[in-house]
Write a protein that binds this ligand. Structure first.
Ligand code: EPU
Length: 423
């Protein structure tokens, strides 16, 4: 297994281009199943999860043409199976996003789902409940979720018990081809939902209210083709900003969208960063100062994103002062605290709250990445620490960060990827 080796202590300096958003690309790729003509998706990030989703579409029978500059043309006219098999989806929760589109277009879908769909660590009960309200019959056996409907799905008023990004996406996609109107109350407002809605509208869907807590979808009988460019990745953007702040650096991030990042930019300013932004760029300058500790609580958008919690914990571990980080969106997501402690961080976790007393410095050591965003936190700590940090388990990082070591090298970091035998 590959590892990342980081010789820490160098401030990040320079400019990089932000990739397309993973969490917008995955539902948008799933949405191509709804169209009767080819859909071309541009600005796809080059990531393992995107490759898995493209392979899954191929396996379902979508005719795919991969073009230059991360563009994929998907033609869902010759679908042969309505099934997402175990081998392809076992490591990617987002595979459940094909359920709504397949059911709406073909009246049946079968998706393997890791963990308990109704009560596991991260269940999809709200996706299933919404589809049932639209007339689907759902049944689970042998790890598979099977859904069927006689004729078309029917529009319904669906009140989500909890804000769910994937649940809102699945139901919104299904509703585009349902008979009549669907209203989703307490819908997720994430920019990725807006991006998906805009892509569906370009395919001919009738959607209002995206970006608000009430989504109204008037079903149509068919959707057509379009060309759509995926939005920039706000989590990759926030990760590079936190890394620059933790290393007391100065960076310019291009091809991003500051308008989607208000809560994150506010926290960086509170930490002492000087920020400038245009329509599609953000510049951060720490003027060689140590960041100040910033307390935060993760919340659904427009609150502070759970996907940047680990990166900001790493920054706080090196900051001046004491901060609390409270995780309210995803259970058991403070696992990086333990590895940061091994690097000298002073962090006490109690339930979903971490209290971090900032240290003058951290020391490099061997650490293990346990999930995608936790690994990004460890990379930030390694970049700022004294000495050498060796991060294993980096397949997690490749799920969400395009060419992370190359981009960090461009910013002046001493980081390289090594195979396990050469480490
Ligand atoms: N939940 C339920 N029942 C459901 C659905 C969700 O109880 O039917 C709970 C979950 O267990 C979780 C919370 O609701 O505690 C929020 O889950 P949500 O459905 O919003 O998350 P998701 O759609 O599975 C997306 C992102 C995640 C991101 C979350 C929260 C994608 C592909 N993934 O997941 O991104 O953390 O929203 O913003 O869009 C990542 O990129 O590292 C990542 C994990």
């Amino acid at each position: 297994m590959d590892k990342l080796l980081i010789q820490g202590g160098k401030p990040l300096r320079g400019g990089v281009r932000i990739a397309g958003s993973k969490n917008a690309a995955l539902p948008i790729l799933a949405a191509t199943l709804l169209a009767e003509q080819p859909v071309t998706i541009a600005n796809l990030p080059h990531l393992q999860d995107v490759t898995t989703m493209v392979e899954l579409l191929g396996c379902i029978g979508v005719d795919l043409t991969v073009g230059e500059k991360l563009t994929v043309e998907a033609d869902a006219n010759a679908i042969v199976h309505c099934s997402a098999p175990y081998e392809l989806v076992k490591n990617m929760r987002a595979a459940v996003l094909v359920l709504g589109p397949l059911l709406a277009r073909f009246g049946r879908a079968r998706v393997w789902f890791a963990g308990g769909a109704l009560s596991g660590a991260r269940p999809v009960n709200l996706h299933l409940r919404g589809l049932e309200a639209m007339g689907a019959r759902i049944h689970q056996s042998g790890g598979y979720i099977e859904a069927r409907v006689e004729g078309r799905l029917r529009g319904a008023r669906i009140v989500m018990d909890q804000v769910t990004v994937g649940g809102t996406e699945n139901i919104m996609m299904a509703a585009t081809l349902a008979q009549g109107q669907t209203v989703i109350e307490n819908a997720a407002r994430e920019p990725e939902i807006v991006d998906l809605a805009q892509c569906l509208i370009a395919m001919g869907a009738r959607i209002r209210g995206h970006g608000s807590a009430t989504l109204v979808i008037d079903g149509v009988t068919s959707l057509g083709g379009c060309t759509y460019e995926v939005m920039p990745d706000r989590i990759e953007t926030g990760t590079y900003l936190a890394a620059a702040a933790a290393t007391r650096g100065k960076v310019l991030l291009r091809n991003t969208c500051p308008a989607n990042m208000a809560a994150v930019l506010r926290k960086l300013e509170e930490a002492g960063a000087c920020l400038e932004a245009g329509d599609d760029w953000i510049a951060l300058d720490m003027a060689a100062r140590r960041p100040r500790a910033v307390s935060l609580t993760t919340e659904p958008y427009p609150g502070f994103p759970t996907d940047l919690q680990a990166q900001f914990m790493a920054m706080n571990a090196l900051a001046q002062g004491t901060a609390t980080v409270t995780e309210t969106v995803i259970a058991d997501r403070l696992g990086q605290a333990h590895e940061l402690q091994r690097m000298g961080a002073d962090i006490v976790v109690s339930g979903n709250v971490a209290t971090i007393v900032g240290q003058d410095s951290l020391r490099g050591t061997a650490v293990m990445a346990s999930d995608l965003r936790a690994s990004a936190g460890l990379v930030i700590a390694g970049l700022a620490a004294h000495g050498k940090t060796r991060i294993s388990g980096i397949h997690h990082i490749d799920r969400g960060y395009e060419r992370i070591e190359e981009k960090l090298q461009i910013l002046g970091a001493d980081i390289r990827r090594v195979g396990s035998r050469s480490s």
